[in-house]
Design a protein around this ligand. Structure first.
Ligand code: DGY
Length: 431
């Protein structure tokens, strides 16, 4: 398929998942609006329909809680089959929840400010900026106030679903150390349309439900949650995305003539914390930190490259990430039995599984983050190689949710919206 046909096909996927003002990630598997999905979708839409991209952002912000939190799911009014359903979260009656909108009670990687800047760059609209800027600022303030009360510059996540990479190798040890008691009864819906071998296990789902139940019991009071949640992590990917979003928020503030000092303070603190706390000099990797057990999580996942996308790595750290890890065939680079960049986890991980969701498959958003990071740090040839492999995967296997790095076979949901949106971005902006 040539680039023109691929672009058309990507636009068709977004159109087919458009439910009027917002976009489903995939038609059967994910029938609601997801937070980071919509932000990535808006980046794709910004290239050919900035009004529709603005609508995607507005629609997501309908679900913003009055304390600033932007939830990970905004539920469609009449859509059944997905677990957990809206009522599972027991957020009704919580005073922070907006009236007339049903949402989850947790958040997701904050890419939205980056999407808003992308939309504004392609179709400058000061009115739109002025409208959404306070909501973006309120969300970032919530992250630093409620999830980083000590002011370290790193926001904690309290559930694997908040990481976006639900069953990452990074969470294996943390979840195994948990003893989920009184798990409320539930029935999974995610293995109806996608094979169980490509989804998290029942053992993991028990822990997801257990953790969500603890959040419900705490009535989403973040002080209680931070004091008690057995899952409390400073995640490299989440915080790198936040850092990049803060760079974009600062640019938007400057354009609006708003003060930038607060955002600049966050940028400085986060940069310092990445070097001080998340960089592992022995291994040459950025690693997540388990706040509950006060230990670095020694798992090597694609998140380790996200600091490149956010400008958080020094030159020598970047060299080590690329030279020792990304280009290492035992970890991330193609070699005999594994043809494609960039698996979600190092192939050396004992938990690696090339077809199971975030345990190994190649994701378009993971590759996109790596490509943008390599371009930022002056590795244009490697970025171009990963870009062309990403386009080849999609052109051959379709706009699948993720791909087996061994043979490129498509896995998970079909016609997956962010695979389409980011292919549009890669085609329109090769770098
Ligand atoms: C899912 O259902 O797999 C989602 O990632 C949860 O947000």
């Amino acid at each position: 398929m040539d680039d023109g046909a691929l672009l058309e096909a990507a636009r068709d996927v977004l159109a087919s998942n458009d439910v009027g003002g917002w976009t489903k990630p995939a038609s059967h598997q994910y029938p609601h609006q997801w937070n980071w999905d919509s932000a990535l979708i808006a980046i794709g839409l910004s290239w050919f329909d900035p009004d529709r991209a603005q609508a995607e952002v507005r629609s997501l912000l309908r679900g913003q809680w009055s304390d600033g939190m932007v939830p990970h799911i905004i539920y469609a009014p009449r859509s059944a089959g997905y677990f957990p359903p809206a009522e599972f979260w027991q957020t009704q009656g919580n005073r922070a929840v907006p009236a007339g909108v049903r949402t989850s009670g947790i958040t997701q990687p904050p890419i939205l400010a980056t999407a808003v800047r992308a939309i504004h760059q392609r179709a400058p609209d000061a009115g739109f900026l002025r409208e959404v800027y306070p909501s973006l600022l309120a969300w970032h303030r919530w992250l630093f106030r409620e999830r980083d009360p000590a002011g370290e510059g790193l926001a904690c996540i309290v559930h694997p679903w908040e990481s976006g990479m639900d069953n990452s190798v990074c969470w294996v040890g943390v979840l195994a150390a948990m003893d989920p008691i009184d798990v409320p009864p539930y029935r999974r819906g995610d293995t109806i349309h996608v094979g169980p071998d490509q989804r998290p296990t029942d053992t993991e789902y028990d822990r997801y439900v257990y953790l969500a139940d603890l959040l419900r019991k705490a009535e989403y009071d973040q002080t209680t949650v931070l004091a008690s949640s057995p899952f409390l992590v400073e995640d490299v990917l989440f915080n790198a995305i936040l850092q990049r979003a803060n760079e974009d928020l600062r640019a938007l503030a400057a354009e609006l003539g708003e003060p930038t000092e607060e955002v600049e303070g966050w940028l400085v603190r986060t940069k310092d914390a990445f070097r001080r706390k998340l960089w592992d000099e022995d291994r040459g990797l950025f690693l997540d930190y388990d706040v509950r057990s006060r230990r670095s999580i020694q798992e090597n996942s694609v998140g380790t490259f996200a600091p490149l996308y956010a400008g958080l790595a020094g030159e020598s750290e970047a060299r080590r990430l690329v030279g020792e890890h990304l280009l290492n065939p035992a970890e991330y680079a193609p070699e005999g039995g594994s043809r494609y960049f960039v698996p979600t986890a190092s192939k050396e991980s004992p938990h690696w599984d090339g077809r199971r969701y975030w345990r190994g498959p190649v994701w378009v958003n993971g590759n996109w983050l790596v490509i943008r990071g390599l371009q930022r740090y002056g590795y244009p040839e490697l970025a171009a190689q990963i870009r062309s492999q990403t386009l080849e995967l999609v052109a051959t296997a379709g706009f699948r949710e993720h791909f087996d790095p061994g043979n490129g076979e498509g896995c998970g949901a079909s016609n997956f919206s962010w695979s389409a949106a980011l292919v549009i971005d890669l085609l329109m902006s090769p770098g």
